[in-house]
Design a protein around this ligand. Structure first.
Ligand code: ADP
Length: 636
């Protein structure tokens, strides 16, 4: 019975063990044996990527130990012996599952330690050369990755941005953490220079000051390969990244290299080992080993790292006037964010506002153009209408104009006949003949003045505003209408005070207004007992003249009053109904108003219009005294 229970217990324990349960589920232990120093920035990036990744692969938190062998700074058999002894004592009671190691010397050192302390542990290496990779992978229980630095690849990347380079400069320190690596890089840069036909300049094992001087005086079209100076020619130890920053500050040429973490510290770019990507790759290998148990004996397959990629620093490129934007498949870091990237919202709103504003301006501009065109059309139409109006008014006046012309022509004829008679006398009365010729000339001038006025009225013309004497303007119109007034037996009175200030307007257009109002008044007087028209002028408000034309006719029926200024409104058999609308248009174009009113208590109608005063001194014109000879009684 006891035997049976013990068998059952062992079976359950074995099952639990095989399922990873119970006491055997202790955390895996990983030991990093680093040839140099894991606190260097490159390794910080590497470890930051490694730890979370390996945790994710294993689905548990492994125990990670790190040891900086520091073989670059402390070397020699004595040091290594002490190191070996100390590590053995330190880890005597600690079981390690995976030893992760990089660097040729460190890998050999790690193997001895592993073989004696933790024979079951797997050695995971990062080999820098193919030969090392082949050697290490042939060891029992060892696997790793080949991290083949290639300075030639970095220099090819440099040529992407400096395609016209003439000189290749190789910079390296005096002693190396990875001497085998440094030697390979030097050979690769030299081979690159030879392959590309470029001059090779080497600054190797110089003091930091000498290297700086050399870089500052480089010829144009140089590209520099920086091989991580950790100890200079004077034997001083440095952090390679800090050396780089000092060199970059003075270098006349862009510096390239293959360490990712140098980007941002003065390196322009290169085919760099991405330490984070390498950390991930390493975590996958270590995780795989821990999940599937110790590697088998015999050589393990070693793959090349894929963590190399071409990368540039935008700020360094800009400093040397270089551009990598058009190169496909490269990473450019520290690109200054564009305005769009930093202020996307503001830019969107700003652009929106700008587009809106532009649209508004364009719309307003188009609207203004349309309005101007419409205004021009209106003005043109007004001119056409005014012209038509003038023609119609003159049509009505044609008979009286003929009469007006008849008078001087008849006088000329009579004077010519009288001259013939005087010429027959012996001796001829030369004095009388001279007087007759003078009369003929003045009659002729009168006739041509009538024709000129008619022609002026008939011509289509634009508004030609200028200071005008109101009295003279009224006189001219009364002269035109005189024969009509005589025929209709109408008396025209003018009441414009002496020294009346000049008005501003277009002479011919205003003549037309007055003529229209006079002719309308004459027509309204037909059949009236008293036939009188008064043209009055007075100043209103200091800046305007108000002119009225009043008659003693039948007046305007109340029902007609609202429609007087409508086009084609007429109460006459042969009327056109265009006179008053045209007059109003003309007066409004002059900045004035035209309206109809009654003549106060007197019968008849009154039409008023205002005009702007010219604002210049009043004319010094003699008071107009109606001359009996030129103004027949019926007209004045
Ligand atoms: P038309 O003289 O061809 O009729 P108008 O526009 O000059 O065109 O005048 C329109 C109408 O206004 C006239 O038909 C008339 O009925 C009225 N009217 C104009 N002036 C006077 C006036 N002085 N007295 C009475 N009615 C007038």
């Amino acid at each position: 019975m006891r035997h049976w229970r013990r068998t059952l217990f062992l079976a359950v324990a074995g099952l639990a063990s095989s399922l990873g349960l119970g006491a055997s589920a202790r955390a895996s232990a990983i030991l990093f044996l680093e040839q140099t120093n894991l606190s260097r920035p490159a390794y910080v990036a590497y470890m930051q990527a490694f730890s979370p990744r390996v945790r994710a692969v294993l689905a548990q938190r492994p125990e990670i130990y790190t040891e900086n062998l520091d073989l670059g700074r402390f070397d020699g058999a004595e040091y290594r012996r002490n190191l070996d002894r100390w590590l053995r004592e330190k880890y005597a009671a600690t079981k390690i599952d995976v030893v992760v190691v990089s660097g040729r010397v460190a890998t050999h050192f790690a193997r001895e330690l592993r073989d004696t302390l933790w024979p079951d542990a797997t050695l995971v290496f990062g080999a820098l050369t193919l030969a090392d990779a082949a050697t290490f992978s042939a060891w029992p229980n060892a696997t790793g990755i080949l991290i083949e630095f290639d300075a030639g690849r970095t220099m090819e990347a440099a040529l992407l941005v400096v395609p016209d380079a003439l000189h290749v400069v190789y910079v390296d320190g005096a002693r190396h953490t990875f001497p085998e690596n440094a030697a390979r890089s030097r050979r690769a840069v030299s081979a690159f220079a030879a392959r590309r036909g470029l001059e090779l300049i080497e600054f190797v094992g110089l003091t930091l000051a000498e290297t700086k001087r050399g870089l500052a005086e480089l010829p144009p079209r140089s590209i520099v390969y920086y091989g991580a100076v950790s100890v200079d020619g004077a034997g001083r130890a440095y952090v390679p990244q800090e050396v780089l920053a000092e060199l970059a500050a003075v270098s006349a040429a862009p510096i390239f290299g293959d360490t990712d973490t140098f980007i941002g510290h003065g390196m322009t770019g290169g085919a760099c080992l991405g330490m984070e990507a390498l950390g991930v790759e390493m975590a996958d290998i270590v995780g795989g080993v821990l999940r599937s148990g110790p590697a088998t004996t015999g050589p393990s397959p070693v793959r090349r790292t894929e963590a190399f990629h071409v990368v540039f620093d935008a700020r360094e490129l800009q400093r040397f006037g270089l551009d990598a934007r058009s190169i496909p498949g490269v990473e450019v870091r520290f690109n200054k964010p564009t305005l769009l990237e930093t202020n996307l919202t503001a830019v969107i709103w700003g652009s929106g506002a700008l587009v809106l504003q532009t649209g508004l301006i364009v719309a307003l501009f188009l609207q203004r153009r349309r309005r101007q065109r419409a205004e021009h059309e209106v003005l043109d139409q007004r001119d056409q209408i005014a012209h038509a109006g003038r023609v119609s008014v003159l049509g009505q006046l044609a008979s009286s104009l003929a009469h007006e012309l008849n008078q001087p022509l008849a006088a000329i004829l009579r004077n010519a006949e009288a001259a013939e008679i005087f010429l027959c006398a012996s001796p001829p009365d030369l004095e009388e003949l001279r007087a007759i010729l003078a009369d003929i000339r003045s009659d002729d001038q009168r006739a041509s003045a009538v024709i000129d006025r008619m022609r002026a009225l008939l011509q289509r013309r634009d508004l030609d505003s200028r200071p005008l004497e109101l009295g003279a303007l009224v006189d001219e119109v009364i002269s035109l209408a005189r024969s009509d007034a005589m025929a209709k037996k109408v008396t025209v009175e003018v009441d414009i005070p002496f020294g009346f200030p000049r008005i501003r307007g277009d002479r011919v257009h205003l003549q037309q207004v007055l003529l229209n109002l006079l002719v309308n008044a004459f027509q309204a007087l037909e059949g009236s007992a008293e036939r009188r028209v008064v043209v009055q002028g007075r100043v209103v408000g200091g800046t305007m003249a108000e002119i009225s034309v009043s008659d003693t006719g039948g007046g305007i029926p109340r029902a007609d009053q609202p429609r007087l200024f409508e086009p084609f409104f007429t109460t006459k058999v042969k009327g056109l109904g265009m006179g008053l609308p045209i007059c109003r248009t003309i007066i409004e174009a002059h900045g004035g108003v035209l309206w109809a009113g009654d003549s106060g208590n007197a019968p008849g109608a009154s039409f008023y219009f205002t005009l702007l005063l010219a604002g210049d001194p009043a004319p010094t014109r003699a008071p107009r005294v109606p001359s009996p000879a030129r103004a027949p009684a019926a007209a004045r």
